[in-house]
Write a protein that binds this ligand. Sequence first.
Ligand code: ASP
Length: 592
Amino acid sequence: MLRTQTCGELTAENEGQVAVLIGWVDAVRDHGGVRFVDLRDRYGRTQVTLHPDNLGGAEIPTLRAEQVLRIEGAVNMRPDGMRNPKLTTGDIELIATSVQVVGDCPALPFDLSDVGGGDVNEELRFQYRFLDMRRDSVKRRFILRSDLLHELRQFLHGEEFVELETPVLTKSTPEGARDFLVPSRLNPGEFYALPQSPQIFKQLFMVAGFDRYMQIVRCFRDEDLRADRQPEFTQLDLELACVEEDDVIDVVERMVAQVISRLKGIDIPTPFPRLSFADSVARYGTDAPDLRSPLVLETLDDLVDRIPFNIFQKAVEAGGHVKGLRIPGGGAWSRKVVTELEGFVKNFGAGGLAWVKSNEDAWVGPLSRFLEGESKTLVAERMHAEVGDLLLFVADAKKSVVNQSLAQLRKEIARREGHNDPEQLAVCWVTEFPLFDSDDDGNPTPCHHPFTAPHPEDVGLLDSEPLRARARAYDLVLNGFEIGGGSIRIHQRDLQERVFQRIGIGPEEAVEKFSFLLEALKYGAPPHGGIALGIDRLAMLLVGDSSIREVIAFPKTQRGGCPLTDAPSPVDPAQLAELGLELAPKVPAPTE
Ligand code: ASP
């Protein structure tokens, strides 16, 4: 036996026993001839006492942080006053009778004792992720992630979901991003695509009669990276047959509530709140609202004719918006803070921030001279203003600028006001998304993906006014992050062909790209729908972090590189030749 116990196991009950431990040197303390080593592994720490007299005359080897030691010794009670009630092993020490350095370690690239590694350069931490992961705070995140996957599987297996796998070398399925391509050696000039999601395969499982499918699956999208995005990410992918929106929502709510209660001890009441896409954008400026903040946007569009402020009127005339945010008690905020907020919204394209404070005696601030008599009453009513508030407004000819800048401002104010406690989990559904967005040329492009069913009342709009058609799609939002999205699917071949046509995929192209789906829809397809949950984002929120890289073992940097392996990297010309590929002259990398 290489070891008899782990470093988190020995207690007073083992007193007098011989034990052999293997662990990393967490700390060494020298007390004139006697050395104390804290030996650490995943399970805990054990104090080892090294004294030459007990080592049969053998010399104590040179000890350095993070070496792996194998230590044999006797379990001894620590003297009174030396016990550490915070450790499971805090009552005992191991009196070493033999010490072996089984894995030596040079000077470390960074100090592992910093809790969480906050001040160590991220790239260096990811280059030496195997060291970074030795910290308790980092290890805890991955153990929580593992528990999350276990809990999800357990719940779903209990609900009769079947775990099925889908290919990684496959054909492109559109989820709206660029594909990663893999050249085929056996079919020169041809490529596989890595799946953006197993969307079509899971629909085929429904046609095959599996009824309830689950998979924890890696997906790949070649997109520009952000703190909450990686080129490869993990989804919990689900599909159910014979369901409507409420059925999918019900299973997911019960699953999420159970898992969060078990992992975090937080009870989230079901049913989760639901908001339509239109309401979400109207009230929060975004389709992924963070409901930990009580602030709500109000629109003034219908009032601008009665507010003698030119900028407001012009914005609405040009087809834009005037919207405002009321900050209760913000009347006490300093001019400096308001100036900071003005600068903040400009980062999101807003021309400025109009504001007024509703002080006890009068309204003050740049907007106050336009708000007198009727206009003041109207604005006060619409904003639900009370004495001591700060009212902030953005006007722009582009609705998206108003919504985005106020959504960000709402977030910023939540941060300043402490409405961003990671231990508070605010979840909601956003439903009734539009079926299509318009692309740069004004043509419809799927908001979710082209397999999403239109709202039954809106099928008629497909030809006349496609941009007004609603989708049977839903997103799950947690603390301002979309953690899941799905839809009821089209299960009739003719409707699927019509939607393809609408987004510019003619019959020939549809057959070339999706014949396997169109074929399957011909052979008795039941109604079905599903959802995919982003495991990385969910794990990130459950550990209370703000970057998904922290919950991915070996993450990529913002430029898509792997600091550990140095991928992507050039390949041997012989490998290219084998694939029938030749490199074009180098073009400069795109700038962000
Ligand atoms: N395949 C979709 C996605 O990855 C999810 C779904 O519709 O189930 O976003």
